[in-house]
Design a protein around this ligand. Structure first.
Ligand code: ZN
Length: 324
Protein backbone atom coordinates (compact mmCIF):
# COMPACT_ATOMS: atom_id res chain seq x y z
CA UNK A 1 0.00 0.00 0.00
CA UNK A 2 1.33 3.42 -0.88
CA UNK A 3 2.00 5.82 1.95
CA UNK A 4 -0.67 8.47 2.35
CA UNK A 5 0.06 12.10 3.09
CA UNK A 6 -1.03 13.24 6.55
CA UNK A 7 -3.62 15.68 5.19
CA UNK A 8 -5.75 14.69 2.23
CA UNK A 9 -8.18 17.05 0.56
CA UNK A 10 -10.64 16.00 -2.17
CA UNK A 11 -12.51 18.57 -4.25
CA UNK A 12 -15.44 17.73 -6.52
CA UNK A 13 -16.23 20.31 -9.20
CA UNK A 14 -18.63 20.38 -12.15
CA UNK A 15 -16.62 21.88 -15.03
CA UNK A 16 -13.01 22.77 -15.84
CA UNK A 17 -12.49 26.35 -14.47
CA UNK A 18 -14.78 25.94 -11.42
CA UNK A 19 -11.82 24.63 -9.41
CA UNK A 20 -9.71 27.71 -10.15
CA UNK A 21 -12.40 30.37 -9.78
CA UNK A 22 -14.00 28.93 -6.65
CA UNK A 23 -11.25 27.12 -4.78
CA UNK A 24 -7.96 27.88 -6.56
CA UNK A 25 -6.35 29.65 -3.62
CA UNK A 26 -7.38 26.87 -1.24
CA UNK A 27 -5.93 24.20 -3.52
CA UNK A 28 -2.62 26.05 -4.02
CA UNK A 29 -2.48 26.79 -0.28
CA UNK A 30 -2.75 23.13 0.68
CA UNK A 31 -0.37 21.92 -2.04
CA UNK A 32 2.21 24.43 -0.78
CA UNK A 33 1.64 23.11 2.75
CA UNK A 34 2.42 19.55 1.63
CA UNK A 35 -1.12 18.17 1.74
CA UNK A 36 -2.42 15.70 -0.83
CA UNK A 37 -4.87 17.60 -3.04
CA UNK A 38 -7.09 15.58 -5.39
CA UNK A 39 -9.40 17.26 -7.88
CA UNK A 40 -12.32 15.44 -9.47
CA UNK A 41 -14.05 17.23 -12.35
CA UNK A 42 -17.40 15.78 -13.39
CA UNK A 43 -17.67 17.00 -17.01
CA UNK A 44 -15.47 18.46 -19.74
CA UNK A 45 -17.49 21.67 -19.96
CA UNK A 46 -18.51 20.97 -23.55
CA UNK A 47 -21.34 23.52 -23.51
CA UNK A 48 -19.22 26.49 -22.46
CA UNK A 49 -18.95 29.68 -24.45
CA UNK A 50 -15.71 30.43 -26.28
CA UNK A 51 -14.00 33.77 -25.66
CA UNK A 52 -11.10 33.12 -28.03
CA UNK A 53 -12.37 34.02 -31.54
CA UNK A 54 -9.82 31.77 -33.28
CA UNK A 55 -11.28 28.77 -31.45
CA UNK A 56 -14.95 29.45 -32.24
CA UNK A 57 -15.08 26.37 -34.47
CA UNK A 58 -14.78 24.15 -31.39
CA UNK A 59 -18.27 25.14 -30.15
CA UNK A 60 -20.81 22.44 -29.29
CA UNK A 61 -22.94 23.74 -32.15
CA UNK A 62 -19.97 23.53 -34.58
CA UNK A 63 -17.29 20.81 -34.30
CA UNK A 64 -18.26 20.03 -30.67
CA UNK A 65 -14.59 19.75 -29.68
CA UNK A 66 -14.52 22.25 -26.82
CA UNK A 67 -14.49 19.49 -24.20
CA UNK A 68 -11.28 17.98 -25.52
CA UNK A 69 -9.66 21.41 -25.69
CA UNK A 70 -10.64 22.12 -22.09
CA UNK A 71 -8.82 19.00 -20.88
CA UNK A 72 -5.59 20.79 -21.77
CA UNK A 73 -6.76 24.05 -20.22
CA UNK A 74 -7.51 22.22 -16.98
CA UNK A 75 -4.14 20.46 -17.02
CA UNK A 76 -2.42 23.84 -17.34
CA UNK A 77 -4.56 25.27 -14.52
CA UNK A 78 -3.68 22.34 -12.25
CA UNK A 79 0.01 22.85 -13.03
CA UNK A 80 -0.30 26.51 -12.07
CA UNK A 81 -1.91 25.51 -8.76
CA UNK A 82 0.63 22.73 -8.17
CA UNK A 83 -2.12 20.09 -8.17
CA UNK A 84 -0.67 16.80 -9.44
CA UNK A 85 -3.67 14.53 -8.86
CA UNK A 86 -6.57 15.33 -11.15
CA UNK A 87 -9.26 12.98 -12.47
CA UNK A 88 -12.49 13.18 -14.44
CA UNK A 89 -15.44 11.42 -12.83
CA UNK A 90 -15.75 8.03 -14.53
CA UNK A 91 -12.96 9.03 -16.96
CA UNK A 92 -12.76 11.93 -19.43
CA UNK A 93 -15.99 12.26 -21.40
CA UNK A 94 -18.04 9.84 -19.31
CA UNK A 95 -20.39 12.68 -18.35
CA UNK A 96 -21.25 15.62 -20.54
CA UNK A 97 -21.82 19.26 -19.59
CA UNK A 98 -25.62 19.63 -19.28
CA UNK A 99 -25.75 23.31 -20.22
CA UNK A 100 -27.86 25.84 -18.37
CA UNK A 101 -31.07 24.74 -16.64
CA UNK A 102 -34.00 24.05 -18.97
CA UNK A 103 -32.01 23.77 -22.20
CA UNK A 104 -32.36 20.71 -24.50
CA UNK A 105 -28.73 19.85 -23.63
CA UNK A 106 -30.05 18.76 -20.21
CA UNK A 107 -31.47 15.71 -22.00
CA UNK A 108 -28.35 14.63 -23.90
CA UNK A 109 -27.82 10.88 -23.26
CA UNK A 110 -24.51 11.59 -21.52
CA UNK A 111 -25.64 14.77 -19.73
CA UNK A 112 -24.38 14.76 -16.14
CA UNK A 113 -27.77 16.11 -15.05
CA UNK A 114 -29.36 12.81 -16.08
CA UNK A 115 -26.64 10.58 -14.61
CA UNK A 116 -27.70 7.70 -12.39
CA UNK A 117 -26.80 8.91 -8.91
CA UNK A 118 -25.39 5.69 -7.49
CA UNK A 119 -23.39 4.90 -10.62
CA UNK A 120 -21.83 8.35 -10.63
CA UNK A 121 -21.25 8.22 -6.88
CA UNK A 122 -19.66 4.79 -7.33
CA UNK A 123 -16.90 6.34 -9.46
CA UNK A 124 -16.19 8.79 -6.66
CA UNK A 125 -16.24 6.11 -3.96
CA UNK A 126 -13.47 4.31 -5.87
CA UNK A 127 -11.36 7.45 -5.64
CA UNK A 128 -12.17 7.84 -1.94
CA UNK A 129 -11.04 4.26 -1.26
CA UNK A 130 -7.71 5.10 -2.84
CA UNK A 131 -7.16 8.65 -1.59
CA UNK A 132 -8.90 8.38 1.82
CA UNK A 133 -9.67 12.10 2.06
CA UNK A 134 -10.32 13.51 5.53
CA UNK A 135 -11.87 16.61 3.96
CA UNK A 136 -14.24 16.86 0.99
CA UNK A 137 -15.11 20.15 -0.70
CA UNK A 138 -18.06 20.54 -3.05
CA UNK A 139 -21.11 22.79 -3.59
CA UNK A 140 -24.25 23.37 -1.55
CA UNK A 141 -27.60 21.80 -2.62
CA UNK A 142 -28.19 24.72 -5.01
CA UNK A 143 -24.83 24.11 -6.66
CA UNK A 144 -23.74 27.55 -5.36
CA UNK A 145 -25.73 29.32 -8.08
CA UNK A 146 -28.14 26.85 -9.66
CA UNK A 147 -26.34 25.30 -12.65
CA UNK A 148 -27.63 21.73 -13.12
CA UNK A 149 -24.13 20.21 -13.22
CA UNK A 150 -23.21 21.97 -9.99
CA UNK A 151 -26.36 20.69 -8.32
CA UNK A 152 -25.59 17.20 -9.60
CA UNK A 153 -21.96 17.43 -8.44
CA UNK A 154 -23.31 18.21 -4.97
CA UNK A 155 -25.68 15.23 -5.05
CA UNK A 156 -23.01 12.84 -6.32
CA UNK A 157 -20.39 14.01 -3.84
CA UNK A 158 -22.78 13.75 -0.89
CA UNK A 159 -24.01 10.31 -1.95
CA UNK A 160 -20.44 9.09 -2.46
CA UNK A 161 -19.46 10.36 0.99
CA UNK A 162 -22.39 8.45 2.46
CA UNK A 163 -21.44 5.23 0.65
CA UNK A 164 -17.77 5.65 1.55
CA UNK A 165 -18.63 6.30 5.21
CA UNK A 166 -20.43 2.95 5.29
CA UNK A 167 -17.11 1.36 4.26
CA UNK A 168 -15.13 3.40 6.78
CA UNK A 169 -13.34 5.44 4.11
CA UNK A 170 -15.56 8.53 4.07
CA UNK A 171 -14.34 12.06 4.77
CA UNK A 172 -14.54 13.33 8.36
CA UNK A 173 -15.57 16.79 7.21
CA UNK A 174 -17.52 18.03 4.20
CA UNK A 175 -17.44 21.70 3.22
CA UNK A 176 -19.54 23.58 0.71
CA UNK A 177 -18.19 26.64 -1.12
CA UNK A 178 -19.78 29.87 0.10
CA UNK A 179 -19.62 33.64 -0.11
CA UNK A 180 -20.35 35.56 3.10
CA UNK A 181 -23.05 38.25 2.83
CA UNK A 182 -20.69 40.77 4.43
CA UNK A 183 -18.10 40.20 1.69
CA UNK A 184 -20.75 40.65 -1.01
CA UNK A 185 -22.03 43.82 0.64
CA UNK A 186 -18.50 45.21 0.98
CA UNK A 187 -17.91 44.36 -2.69
CA UNK A 188 -21.09 46.14 -3.77
CA UNK A 189 -20.03 49.25 -1.86
CA UNK A 190 -16.44 49.14 -3.09
CA UNK A 191 -17.31 48.57 -6.73
CA UNK A 192 -20.34 50.89 -6.92
CA UNK A 193 -18.33 53.61 -8.68
CA UNK A 194 -16.22 51.23 -10.76
CA UNK A 195 -16.67 51.04 -14.53
CA UNK A 196 -16.17 47.30 -14.10
CA UNK A 197 -18.85 46.90 -11.44
CA UNK A 198 -19.86 43.20 -11.49
CA UNK A 199 -22.85 44.08 -9.27
CA UNK A 200 -24.27 46.72 -11.62
CA UNK A 201 -28.05 46.73 -11.49
CA UNK A 202 -28.24 44.83 -8.21
CA UNK A 203 -29.44 46.82 -5.21
CA UNK A 204 -29.09 44.34 -2.35
CA UNK A 205 -26.82 41.39 -1.67
CA UNK A 206 -30.02 39.44 -0.96
CA UNK A 207 -30.93 39.74 -4.65
CA UNK A 208 -27.91 37.68 -5.70
CA UNK A 209 -28.32 33.93 -6.34
CA UNK A 210 -25.66 33.21 -3.69
CA UNK A 211 -24.51 34.61 -0.39
CA UNK A 212 -24.45 33.09 3.09
CA UNK A 213 -25.07 34.85 6.40
CA UNK A 214 -21.70 35.32 8.14
CA UNK A 215 -22.75 33.32 11.18
CA UNK A 216 -23.27 30.28 8.94
CA UNK A 217 -19.76 30.45 7.47
CA UNK A 218 -17.46 27.87 9.08
CA UNK A 219 -14.07 28.46 7.48
CA UNK A 220 -12.10 31.24 5.86
CA UNK A 221 -9.02 30.03 4.02
CA UNK A 222 -6.44 32.75 3.53
CA UNK A 223 -4.50 31.90 0.41
CA UNK A 224 -3.54 35.48 -0.42
CA UNK A 225 0.09 34.36 -0.76
CA UNK A 226 -1.17 32.10 -3.59
CA UNK A 227 -3.12 34.75 -5.48
CA UNK A 228 -0.77 34.74 -8.47
CA UNK A 229 -1.12 30.95 -8.78
CA UNK A 230 -4.90 31.32 -8.74
CA UNK A 231 -4.83 34.05 -11.35
CA UNK A 232 -2.48 32.00 -13.58
CA UNK A 233 -4.85 29.02 -13.23
CA UNK A 234 -7.80 31.18 -14.23
CA UNK A 235 -5.89 32.54 -17.23
CA UNK A 236 -5.23 28.94 -18.30
CA UNK A 237 -9.00 28.71 -18.90
CA UNK A 238 -8.77 31.29 -21.68
CA UNK A 239 -11.77 29.97 -23.63
CA UNK A 240 -13.97 30.62 -20.58
CA UNK A 241 -12.58 33.76 -18.96
CA UNK A 242 -11.80 36.61 -21.34
CA UNK A 243 -8.49 38.39 -20.86
CA UNK A 244 -10.35 41.61 -20.11
CA UNK A 245 -12.70 39.99 -17.57
CA UNK A 246 -13.78 42.16 -14.63
CA UNK A 247 -12.30 39.42 -12.44
CA UNK A 248 -8.80 40.47 -13.46
CA UNK A 249 -9.36 44.21 -13.46
CA UNK A 250 -10.89 44.08 -10.01
CA UNK A 251 -8.14 41.80 -8.74
CA UNK A 252 -5.59 44.27 -10.09
CA UNK A 253 -7.31 47.25 -8.51
CA UNK A 254 -8.36 45.86 -5.17
CA UNK A 255 -5.57 43.57 -4.11
CA UNK A 256 -4.73 40.03 -3.27
CA UNK A 257 -7.62 39.36 -0.93
CA UNK A 258 -10.10 39.35 -3.80
CA UNK A 259 -8.36 36.37 -5.41
CA UNK A 260 -6.84 34.78 -2.35
CA UNK A 261 -9.48 34.40 0.35
CA UNK A 262 -12.12 31.65 0.02
CA UNK A 263 -15.01 30.71 2.32
CA UNK A 264 -16.89 27.54 3.22
CA UNK A 265 -19.81 26.26 5.21
CA UNK A 266 -19.42 22.98 7.10
CA UNK A 267 -22.06 20.44 6.09
CA UNK A 268 -20.75 17.32 7.81
CA UNK A 269 -18.32 16.92 10.72
CA UNK A 270 -17.36 18.84 13.79
CA UNK A 271 -16.15 22.40 13.55
CA UNK A 272 -12.64 22.93 14.88
CA UNK A 273 -11.27 25.95 16.72
CA UNK A 274 -11.60 29.25 14.88
CA UNK A 275 -11.25 33.01 15.16
CA UNK A 276 -13.35 36.16 14.99
CA UNK A 277 -16.94 36.84 16.06
CA UNK A 278 -18.23 33.63 14.46
CA UNK A 279 -15.25 31.39 15.17
CA UNK A 280 -14.32 30.91 11.52
CA UNK A 281 -11.80 28.11 11.12
CA UNK A 282 -8.56 29.03 9.35
CA UNK A 283 -7.83 25.43 8.33
CA UNK A 284 -10.19 22.88 6.77
CA UNK A 285 -8.43 20.19 8.81
CA UNK A 286 -8.97 22.08 12.09
CA UNK A 287 -9.94 19.80 14.96
CA UNK A 288 -9.16 16.58 13.11
CA UNK A 289 -6.90 13.94 14.59
CA UNK A 290 -4.69 13.19 11.60
CA UNK A 291 -4.30 9.45 11.31
CA UNK A 292 -1.04 9.12 9.37
CA UNK A 293 2.43 10.42 10.20
CA UNK A 294 3.43 13.29 7.97
CA UNK A 295 5.55 12.14 5.04
CA UNK A 296 7.73 14.19 2.77
CA UNK A 297 5.75 15.40 -0.18
CA UNK A 298 6.93 14.01 -3.52
CA UNK A 299 9.51 16.14 -5.32
CA UNK A 300 7.90 18.90 -7.30
CA UNK A 301 4.61 18.68 -5.44
CA UNK A 302 5.34 21.60 -3.15
CA UNK A 303 5.24 25.06 -4.62
CA UNK A 304 7.46 27.77 -3.29
CA UNK A 305 5.13 30.27 -1.65
CA UNK A 306 4.55 33.33 -3.78
CA UNK A 307 5.75 36.44 -2.00
CA UNK A 308 3.09 39.09 -1.44
CA UNK A 309 3.82 42.08 -3.60
CA UNK A 310 5.53 40.02 -6.27
CA UNK A 311 4.47 41.25 -9.71
CA UNK A 312 1.73 39.21 -11.34
CA UNK A 313 3.22 37.24 -14.22
CA UNK A 314 1.69 37.97 -17.58
CA UNK A 315 0.46 34.68 -18.94
CA UNK A 316 -0.43 34.59 -22.59
CA UNK A 317 -1.21 30.97 -23.34
CA UNK A 318 -2.41 27.87 -21.55
CA UNK A 319 1.02 26.28 -22.01
CA UNK A 320 2.77 29.18 -20.33
CA UNK A 321 0.34 29.11 -17.44
CA UNK A 322 1.76 25.74 -16.47
CA UNK A 323 5.31 27.01 -16.23
CA UNK A 324 6.41 27.70 -12.70
ZN1 ZN B 1 -19.30 25.23 -13.59
Amino acid sequence: MTTLAARRLLLVHAHPDDESIGTGATMAHYVAAGAQVTLVTCTLGEEGEIHVPALAGLLATEADQLGGYRIAELAAACAALGVADHRFLGGAGRYRDSGMMGLPTNDHPRAFWGADLDTAAGHLVEIMREVRPQVLVTYDPNGFYGHPDHIQAHRVAMRAAELAAAEGVGPAKIYWTAMPKSVLEAGMTTFAESADNPFAGIEHADDLPFGTPDEQIAAQIDGTDQHTAKEAAMRAHATQIPDNSWLYSIAGNFGNEFMGVEYYTLAVGEKGPGVGPYGWEEDLFAGLALDVDPVAAPAGAVRAPVQPGEPTPVVGTSAEAGVR
